[in-house]
Design a protein around this ligand. Structure first.
Ligand SMILES: [Zn+2]
Length: 244
């Protein structure tokens, strides 16, 4: 049997038989792993609580015929405990775990940048320095960018003209008046500015934004993410691309 170690974030768990669980982990070097954690649903389990969603954990596993098996688990940081006490942060964290799961398509395909974004996003949520919805929107935009779906925010997504009129999800971001599809959203310039700040990690600008621009930003980002998860996932390449 072959043993390996990696650190990762537990994305989700499901019951297996009487006492076992299958844990899905986004691991730093290995990428997404589905592994069996034996006996973790017994109260006497040595590492059951370390294999709950949100936990950043150091794992030892052995390679199995179908699923690998967790043999050791040590907590690096239990984000679930911190986030569970704050409902808006908890729901934002849950959306991060789901998105990380859906944007990392294959098992054991390295996804280092998605892992780093997820750990960074959970840490920022837990540190409580920024509004949870801003942290979530920054995470969405940046994980989409790593997956190859950064929205165009500075020039028309279709013709690269600099004069922006609207935001069109199907076009891939902002569009000019000539390229604007019917029914495009027409957000405030400040909203596009906020999206740019979140994508770049410019927290000074993001924290200074108005609530109405945050609301508009969240609506656009959620719709943009949803569209790509539904339409883009099949063509998602297994390699990570540079953000635009
Ligand atoms: Zn155009």
């Amino acid at each position: 049997m072959s043993l390996y170690r990696d650190e990762g974030v537990v994305l989700r768990t499901q019951k297996l038989g009487e006492a076992d669980r299958i844990v899905t982990v986004l691991a730093k070097r290995t990428g997404k792993i589905r592994a069996v954690a034996k006996g973790v649903r017994r109260t006497t389990s040595r590492f059951g609580a370390r294999l709950e969603p949100f936990t950043h954990v150091d794992l030892q596993l052995h390679t199995g015929r179908t699923l690998d098996v967790v043999t050791q688990a040590e907590t690096i940081r239990p984000y679930g405990e911190v986030l569970a006490a704050d409902y808006p942060r908890y729901t934002a964290g849950t959306a991060m775990l789901e998105t990380a799961d859906r944007l990392t398509h294959g098992e054991k395909e390295p996804a280092l940048r998605q892992f780093l974004l997820l750990v960074g996003g959970l840490r920022t949520l837990a540190d409580r320095e920024h509004e949870p919805r801003l942290v979530l929107d920054a995470y969405f935009l940046r994980s989409l960018a790593v997956a190859g779906y950064a929205p165009a925010l500075e020039a028309c997504a279709r013709c690269r003209a600099p004069a922006i009129r609207a935001f069109a999800i199907v076009a891939g971001g902002v569009v000019c008046g000539a390229c604007k599809p019917a029914g495009s959203a027409v957000p405030a310039g400040e909203t596009i500015g906020l999206m740019t700040a979140l994508l770049r990690g410019d927290w000074a600008a993001a924290d200074a934004s108005d609530q109405r621009h945050r609301n508009e930003c969240s609506g656009l980002v959620a719709a943009y993410l949803q569209w790509h998860l539904e339409h883009g996932i099949r063509s998602l390449r297994h390699v990570e691309r540079e953000p635009v």
